[in-house]
Design a protein around this ligand. Structure first.
Ligand code: EPZ
Length: 442
């Protein structure tokens, strides 16, 4: 999509059938790009998807003096950090857009330049998404954090030193912050309460290729021995398991049959179990996974989102659309983000029966239980969705709106679809390949 006009008109009710190919995971690739700042020599990253989050990070690297060029293979980027330099606050701000990635530049830039700036951070509108863990971690390494009206300035007058750290919650970003900072800090860092998502493990693979010494113990403990010098890396990014789960849900919701090339079983185990319980069919192949609707009624399920190895928060939104078609009552308890059910309003407008509740429904009490957040959803099916005019609220919610429109009877206009291009490469082309009936504004 040539970042098309911002809306598409979908004539729903047609099953999505065909094959699409995945590239590297957005949530690894963007961090791997930041890691290139730590090397003394160029890095080569393969399977980089053409998504706007990648373009944002590329722009941020370039304003910091990193030379970024395309390699010979499609999706290959080469990063040369020989001339890393401080960037102007206004340039960082202009390139960062609404991304949260600038916070992860801090450790590498403090090592290389002794200072770093971050503008006010955005990211998808899913709760407050604070950065307190990141700032605490950086302070513990010895960074001085100054809050300015337009953002945050950091410096490391005495260099960064390894630290004993413990996260209050296994945050993905804060764990990456620790990794990207500790690998070049003086001495040993021990992180308790770390997140262990596959994308984090792949970042550790990259850092080890660069020369880092990192041990992952049982019980969410990661130990890093700082080293004086890191080299560039050559790495093929882990596939995007969130995109895989999204297309799998699309196959269920539209009664279709989609082969997701590049998807692997290991990183999707938990998703596949739930998919099977809903009634979804799948077949694991060497080069991908085929997902399809059984042709019989779907089953309701109870899902609790969690950090890895639990059911990922990013998988629930697309699956909720399929659950509106299951026969009975499903419950989704969201325990990672406090406000990730904004997207269901549009589904209700399309005829779904979904109620959101402040209580922790169906499972364990979570940290949002007593805090007035609508974080449990009850979905009653089966319902037939009908077309509507809907506006995309965030990345995953947006993809679920697309699926809802594709599975609905009649015509829908989905606006603000540019957000979906943050994380789904060529989704318009993929929809065409799968036989969707729609027209774009341009
Ligand atoms: C990453 O966000 C992903 N983003 C998210 O994907 C994903 O949903 C999330 O991890 C969980 O897996 C990227 O990798 C770019 P967290 P991140 O820190 O790192 C709280 C998508 O659609 N928290 O693990 O920002 C936070 O509010 C996106 O692809 C603090 O309180 O997530 C949340 O409740 C959306 N203080 C929880 O921790 C902090 O300083 C987990 O967040 C940091 C986080």
């Amino acid at each position: 999509m040539g970042l098309l006009g911002d809306s598409i008109t979908i004539r729903g009710g047609k099953p999505l059938i065909g094959r699409i190919e995945l590239k590297g995971a957005k949530n690894l690739v963007t961090k791997a790009m930041v890691a290139s700042l730590l090397g003394e020599t160029p890095s080569v990253l393969k399977d980089v998807p053409n998504i706007s989050d990648v373009r944002i990070v590329r722009g941020l690297l370039e304003v910091h003096g990193v030379n970024v060029v395309e390699g010979v293979e499609e999706g290959e980027l080469i990063f040369d950090p020989s001339n890393v330099e401080s960037a102007h606050f206004a340039d960082i701000d202009a390139h960062a857009g609404s991304s949260r990635i600038p916070i992860l530049f801090c450790g590498p830039l403090l090592h290389r330049l002794g200072e770093a700036f971050i503008p006010d951070l955005g990211g998808c509108r899913i709760g407050d998404r604070p950065i307190d863990y990141h700032l605490d971690v950086l302070r513990n390494f010895g960074a001085v954090v100054e809050k300015l009206p337009s953002g945050i300035r950091m410096s490391a007058p005495n260099g960064l030193k390894g630290a004993k750290l413990e996260l209050p919650y296994p945050s993905v970003g804060a764990t990456e912050q620790v990794l990207l900072t500790a690998v070049r800090a003086e001495g040993i860092t021990e992180l308790k309460g770390a997140a262990i998502e596959p994308e984090i493990m792949d970042l550790i693979n990259i850092l080890q290729k660069m020369g880092a010494v990192i041990t992952v113990d049982t019980d969410r403990v990661i130990r890093i021995e700082g080293v004086d010098r890191l080299e560039g890396y050559t790495h093929r990014a882990l596939f995007d398991r969130n995109e895989a789960a999204s297309w799998a849900a699309a196959a269920l919701a539209t009664e279709g049959d989609i082969f997701v090339g590049g998807a692997r079983q290991g990183e999707l185990l938990t998703f596949l179990n739930v998919y099977r319980k809903v009634g979804g069919q799948f077949e694991i192949h060497d080069d991908g996974i085929r997902f399809w609707h059984p042709g019989t009624p779907l089953n309701p399920v109870f899902i609790e989102t969690d950090v890895h190895p639990g059911f990922m928060t990013d998988w629930q939104q697309p699956l909720v659309v399929a659950l509106t078609k299951a026969s009975g009552v499903s419950i989704v308890h969201e325990t990672v983000y406090e406000q990730r059910f904004g997207f269901v309003d549009a589904l209700v407008d399309m005829g779904a029966t979904i109620q959101v509740h402040k209580d922790c429904l169906g499972g364990q009490a979570c940290r949002f239980g007593q805090r007035n957040f609508n974080h449990s959803a009850v979905i009653v099916g089966p319902t037939r969705l009908h077309g509507a005019d809907i506006e995309v609220p965030d990345l995953r919610g947006g993809f679920s709106h697309l699926i809802a429109a594709l599975s609905a009877e009649g015509t829908s206009t989905v606006s603000n679809v540019g957000i979906i291009a943050r994380g789904y490469e060529n989704f318009i082309t993929k929809l065409r390949l799968l036989g969707a009936d729609f027209s774009t504004e341009d």
